[in-house]
Write a protein that binds this ligand. Sequence first.
Ligand SMILES: *Cc1c(COP(=O)(O)O)cnc(C)c1O
Length: 458
Amino acid sequence: MSQELLRGLPSVDRLLHHTKSAPLLARFNRDYVTQQCRQVLDELRQAIRAGGAVDARELDDGAILDRLARRLAGQPAGGFQRVVNATGTVLHTNLGRAPLAEAAIDALVTAARYPTNLEYDLNEGERGRRESHVERLLVGLTGAEAATVVNNNAAAVLLALNTMASGREVIVSRGELIEIGGAFRIPEIMARSGAVLREVGTTNRTHPDDYAQAIGAATALLLKVHTSNYRIVGFSSEVPLPELVAIGRQHGLPVMEDLGSGALIDLGRYGVPKEPLVGERVALGADVVTFSGDKVLGGPQAGLLVGRKAWIDRIAKNPLHRAVRCDKLTLAALEATLALYQQSPDVVSEIPALRAFTRPLRELEAMAARLLPALERALGPGFSVALESSTSQIGSGALPTEEIPTWAVAVRHDRDSADAVAARFRAARPPIIGRINDDRFLLDLRTVFDPDDLIPRW
Ligand SMILES: *Cc1c(COP(=O)(O)O)cnc(C)c1O
């Protein structure tokens, strides 16, 4: 029986001459259709050999081509694609961190579609610098003397250390020798920058004297690192930036601070816990401050450096700057995002990350009221949904111990585990990513703006 089914399978060539192949060949190239068609036939062969109940009707040419069409329409499954972030972590590194503001998306699309004055000065009609527009905005927004921008904050730290301290010592507290996201580690970046790490203090306590005593002829820089993704609580102390700046001044040494997130505005009046403000750190005397474009700022991936003109100029002229520079799409999106901070009457509602941090609970409740019946209907028998109060996180290492109240939809199935329910939501198009709490699958509403996004389509 199975031999007969196997013999009955059509050839690729015959399938591609079938009338149903014409629309597929109009949309995809022949090599690709041929390769996908072979895979469909291989899968059917395997199913037949495995003795699976393969219906002869699934094996006629039309049915096989329907299967091929579905497969082609479904691509690129497993590829780079949109997902729905219902994790409650607003800046989820694995899900691409900050979603961009509409103005930033428009700028990015324009920069992608048309030639731009990327490195062209329209007043002079000659070559310009690609970073100049963004730098002007950053100076205005932070009060720093100068600014520059690179591909991400890790690159900003690498570049600044290389410029300011290559071949010399950088003093850092042992409590600030952090690792971010598994790959960014202060000691390793330091080594690659050519600077020599001089650790001082202890894991939980570092005092002004620890820095002062370590300063010697080889010292080039005092570095402070915002311990973004963890907190030392209890018997702990760190040296505040103004004191570190005072020590630096006394010894004629610059002070740099890696802020990680670095906020441009205080969201305190919305009840959102405070991240250090870049402008405040500059005002407190840091010579160079580095931070990310796609964390609390809510823009594209970028590494921003602001501070004293003498240092920023040297950083911008370092040949490594060219190796870690931003592309035009990033610069377009970043400039548009910064322009919102400068000009918008309501920047919090225009930048999605800021909006997500600050959405009032009643907005989430109203969304839940519309969502729950529709979700229940869409999921069908076996599933139950219930609204529960929970907490969301800022994410990307910002304020790891602080949580924002939220509402979440718990989705249960009467036979399947929470993991199995999560896997089903991940298999939706687009995939819906929730989180699991106490063996319940939760869809956190704080990070979702359109309730329709949470209705899975399989
Ligand atoms: C996130 C972070 C980095 C790395 O920034 P990227 O923009 O992800 O490269 C470096 N330092 C600190 C303190 C951070 O929080």
